[in-house]
Design a protein around this ligand. Sequence first.
Ligand code: FEO
Ligand code: CA
Ligand code: CA
Ligand code: CA
Length: 597
Amino acid sequence: RALAAADASPFPFRELPAGSDEHHHVAEGHDAEVLIRWGDPVLPGAPPFDPHAQTPEAQAKQFGYNNDFLGYFPLPGAADPAGHGLLAVNHEYTNEELMFPGLGRQEGKTAFAGMSKHLVDIEMAAHGGSVIEVRRDGDRWRVVPDSAFARRITATTPMTLTGPAAGSARLRTAADSEGRSVLGMINNCAGGTTPWGTWLTCEENINYYFTGTLPPDSLEARNHKRLGIPGNLYAWGKFHERFDLGREPNEPNRFGWVVEIDPFDPNSVPKKRTAMGRFKHEGAAGILARDGRYVVFQGDDERFDYVYRFVTDATVDRQDKAANRDILDRGTLSVARFDADGRGAWLPLVFGEGPLTPANGFRDQADVLIETRRAADLLGATKMDRPEDVEANPKTGKVYVMLTNNGRRKADQVDAANPRPENRFGHIVEIGPDAGDFAAPGFAWEVLVRCGDPSVASVGATFSSATTKDGWFGMPDNCAVDSQGRLWVATDGNSAARTGRADGIWAMETEGAGRGTAKHFFQVPAGAEMCGPYFTPDDTTFFVAVQHPGEADEEDLKAEPATFEKPATRWPDFDPTLPPRPAVVAITKRGGGRVGT
Ligand code: FEO
Ligand code: CA
Ligand code: CA
Ligand code: CA
């Protein structure tokens, strides 16, 4: 009987024991090889990585820091589309204490006093994204050197603002009197890939990059406060005026958008798509609606913030990819309300409708988009436990919402969709769109799983009883749905001190008798978080991103502060002269076949 049950599992691989150490681990029968690391060459002429002699010019040609989202694009015309393509990679943020020798670690979240202009310029070049050409060569993936597609995007790459907010007076600065041209993208977390072959990359915690003050009762000071600006974490404003609010009060309004990039044209200008709203975008995973319009789901990763959906006005042209070039500039942005009876509604954020009028300080759609959060507040959207990835499953017709945690939710603030006070371990909500139409205005929903250790009654976790001691997890963050409709969850926040296990990937059953069963598949090295899960179209390769390996565990009071000299691990090189390096890992099944079988 037990054997028959195991055979029926969509995840028949042998489970990886949970734990935490300096290495990465993958379930038996798979290989997990490092593909590219922070500092490896991307552009021609990139010098070899030397953290002791790093320069902004070198970093701008090398792979950036803290790889997050990964998107794989098969090369058109390739003999093996699942073995030769482009990989688009977000470089979300920088860990100064691990990147720079001798800097040490500054307590508290304030701009590092030790940061010089030289170091700030290196970290600005380590942000943004990379496009690399990758090829499977037998059992191993390799980066194609000197590829014509290779690209680095940084915090200074010229970009265009498009859509309803472009040109707004609130987007104009001394450097850009038109409000249409921005330098760079920052804190790009997760994202998405579109059926017309572009990369959506999402600006998340943009508040950290701004310092300085504005008169507290001014319009922009109130607007910025809703996004936690100024966040005062990075020292960029000391050396670059545009990150100092006192000098450039509108610069923050030019960040916090979804950016669309054509990875096949390294000279294309990235476009910040303002129609999709401005907030702390986690991701932008999309799917075609029944009528052919494109639907993009988006989480706003903050305690008590919202889940959004964008639906294009036009339908996607499947024959002519170029016809979809600016399709994301026109559409309807909505925010989710989850009702106690298991129903829900998408509330449109449209200027002039409901409370989104001049009486509430909105003069046009640009104002609604620049202040998306305030508009959503007025519509009565449901305040969630930090919405991260939101991904649709074309096989089941469902949409999965990763809610990572919310330690600040009080007992009198719980609701049906966020049922736990002090939600330390997060949960996953499943949305079932009405009539199976991803563009429908209404939906049913239920909690798929409350995360955490099921053996501790007070945690209230709801993994199935088939879930082993290795199979449960906390803090769901990113997710991927493979071509068979199987859900894979990546976590951010597990550690030896918190959950007795490092972050990683867990396979999650959503259908039938096994619904709610999770199974451990991949483990990151100490201090890292798991990002970027993305499958090749045939599921034979699973790309994952190991972010900030070696970082200190904030909850482990006995842990030493991690620095360049004393990291929690020196993964992946284990060279005593090198710091740990964020890196992309390619997972394949030994001997071939689909990953996770
Ligand atoms: Fe960058 Fe919400 O994680
Ligand atoms: Ca994330
Ligand atoms: Ca996270
Ligand atoms: Ca992180």
